[in-house]
Design a protein around this ligand. Sequence first.
Ligand SMILES: Nc1nc2c(ncn2[C@@H]2O[C@H](COP(=O)(O)OP(=O)(O)OP(=O)(O)O)[C@@H](O)[C@H]2O)c(=O)[nH]1
Ligand SMILES: [Mg+2]
Length: 304
Amino acid sequence: MLEPLRSGGKTALAMALARLERQPDADDVRRQLDAAYAAPRAQVVGITGPPGVGKSTLLSALIQAWRAAGRSVGVIAIDPSSRRTGGALLGDRARLVTDPADEGIFVRSMAARDRLGGLAELTLGAMVIMRALYDLVVIETVGVGQSETDVAGVADTVLFCVQPGSGDSLQFMKAGIVEIPHIVAVTKADLGTMAERARADVAGALSLGETGGDGWTPRVLAVSSQQRAGIDALIEAIAAHGAHLADGGRLAPTRHAQAQLWVEEAIRERFGREGLRRAGDLALAPGSSPFARIAQAATRLAAR
Ligand SMILES: Nc1nc2c(ncn2[C@@H]2O[C@H](COP(=O)(O)OP(=O)(O)OP(=O)(O)O)[C@@H](O)[C@H]2O)c(=O)[nH]1
Ligand SMILES: [Mg+2]
């Protein structure tokens, strides 16, 4: 099921994603999702943070470093639809520019109609397919409050970006409104001493909070994507979190818990709260595909 994708390169992947978008319920599409779910390869990194904080510029720098190290990268960039109406930052926003001839980097943009959870199945499907093909999958999404929690539901590693001098995110973190990220990058460190101050503030705020109980201590790093400072340390921190998950056998249970939530979210999305209630037990057997489970439950609900 995956062989044509592996040998067909970016063209085959683009076609598979287009099919997923058009006919998400087709049998062969679902079998491909099941096969991809069973063969994960990538560490999935969610990059989130307020608009204009420098996520895309940072991602470009990360991609360059990963590619230089021979690692392949798939990117899902989620465009918040609300920002299409304008806003001062919009004209200023960085686009990911990548080499079309490089088979080791694939970028796919998706519109967030609502929030990440609101397009759960499509984003998840794309992520799962790309996860089977690349060494790293990165999901970039604007995070203000809720969507940070959403990205935590699909990513192995959450990287939260904050800008020096912007107190908001820090306040959120202190108040426990957002989930504690695994790594915090204080961006635009070239803008001066404010960055170091912000880094110390964030580190202080995080040390007050819970560590999530899985033994990982959140790391806080100052970076300048423009001057390429701190990028290697960030790459190292991401790898360290990946190793932390893999070492303790934490990865499979974490992903299984996420997949369980995807099933419930997808059923609620299609059939509403009432449908979710009528669906009854949606428990996902360890290791089994959430896409198959969703299809099964949906067929049963639709037949009633
Ligand atoms: N001085 C400085 N400016 C930066 C740096 N990184 C990004 N910027 C600038 O910050 C602005 C926003 O950068 P983006 O990378 O588009 O930020 P973003 O978080 O992806 O923005 P959205 O996707 O629109 O939410 C651009 O003008 C960048 O040039 C940096 O390291 N130093
Ligand atoms: Mg961006």
